[in-house]
Design a protein around this ligand. Structure first.
Ligand code: UTP
Length: 291
């Protein structure tokens, strides 16, 4: 029997430089995809996967995230006075949807360091890591799919996508072999951060969803800064491989990199086309463009 996965850590201490100038003051996690901040998609995915406690690792200039998931008395009073019941429900639902704790990463010293900042709040149990700028649309929430794999196999589980060609160089890439019984499962023996195409050990690219065992914390504590002087999560997971199984899991669904300008544009178009209230109007508009 594996322990239940009850907690999800959202590293959100990064600077979001790929989205400047929008992210000079506004945290990238608060950029809207259609009408919701991108971080809310990740929170909703976790809640739909049975996660009970969410930990945001924040940093300087990120207080808008805390305000977003809190009550907004002036706004709510105004909506109530104007009889805007539906909008009032939208505002209040965000404040009450999840049990959220916050921990501050005082300097952006890397993703591994951000995860380590959540150690005390997570405690000695397996946990999920959600990179909020990866927005995933899936028939079953990605974290729920990964918890299924974890319950069956134990170990740690990294969500992957199959990437063809030179685009692989933007990702951490798994080494190992596909599982003979389950084609979505990959028995990981190593990983390489952002390899050249010729050096990539496979086409299995790691994306921003992980289920990790708490042993990763003690390993991150002794992980030396790697690429860019940052403490890399992949180095911590490589150390984990010396002690326990690590699986890649090709999740079912589609991932959008909403922390990148082009990825956000793709997500905006596709999410808008899925919104019943303006899908037809938006489709007609796109068709009218002289492309
Ligand atoms: P990214 O590299 O995608 O985010 O890190 P970034 O550094 O904010 O953005 P760019 O590359 O400059 O545009 C992946 C995730 O890890 C978090 C980020 O907030 C993001 O969610 N992160 C990264 C931290 O929490 N702390 C860090 O020190 C670094």
């Amino acid at each position: 029997m594996t322990q239940p996965v009850r907690t999800a850590v959202f590293p959100a201490g990064g600077l979001g430089t790929r989205f400047l100038p929008a992210t000079k003051v506004v945290p990238k996690e608060m950029l809207a995809l259609v009408d919701k901040p991108i971080i809310q998609y990740g929170v909703e995915e976790c809640l739909a996967s049975g996660i009970e406690h969410i930990i945001f690792v924040t940093g300087r200039g990120k207080s808008a995230m805390e305000d977003h998931f809190d009550f907004s008395p002036e706004l709510d009073a105004t909506l109530e006075r104007r009889g805007k019941k539906e909008l009032l429900d939208v505002s209040r639902r965000v404040a009450t949807m999840a049990r959220i704790s916050y921990v501050r990463q005082k300097e952006p010293l890397g993703l591994g360091h951000a995860v380590l900042c959540a150690k005390q709040l997570v405690g000695n149990e397996p946990f999920a890591v959600v990179l909020p700028d990866d927005v995933i649309e899936a028939p079953r929430p990605c974290i729920a799919q990964m918890i299924d794999v974890f319950s069956q196999h134990g170990g740690s589980v990294l969500a992957t996508m199959t990437i063809e060609g030179p685009a692989i160089s933007a990702y951490g890439v798994l080494a190992g072999s596909a599982d003979s019984a389950n084609p979505r499962l990959y028995n990981c023996t190593g990983m390489v951060e952002k390899p050249k195409l010729a050096d990539a050990p496979s086409k299995q690219a790691i994306i921003g969803r992980y289920i990790l065992t708490p042993r990763v914390f003690e390993l991150l504590e002794t992980t030396k800064p790697g690429a860019g002087g940052e403490i890399q999560l992949t180095d911590g997971i490589l150390a984990l491989l010396q002690h326990e199984k690590v699986y890649g899991y090709t999740f079912e669904g589609k991932r959008y990199d909403a922390g990148d300008k082009f990825g956000m544009l793709q997500a905006t178009v596709e999410f808008a086309l899925n919104r019943p209230e303006f899908a037809d109007k938006f489709r007609a508009y796109l068709k009218s463009l002289p492309l």
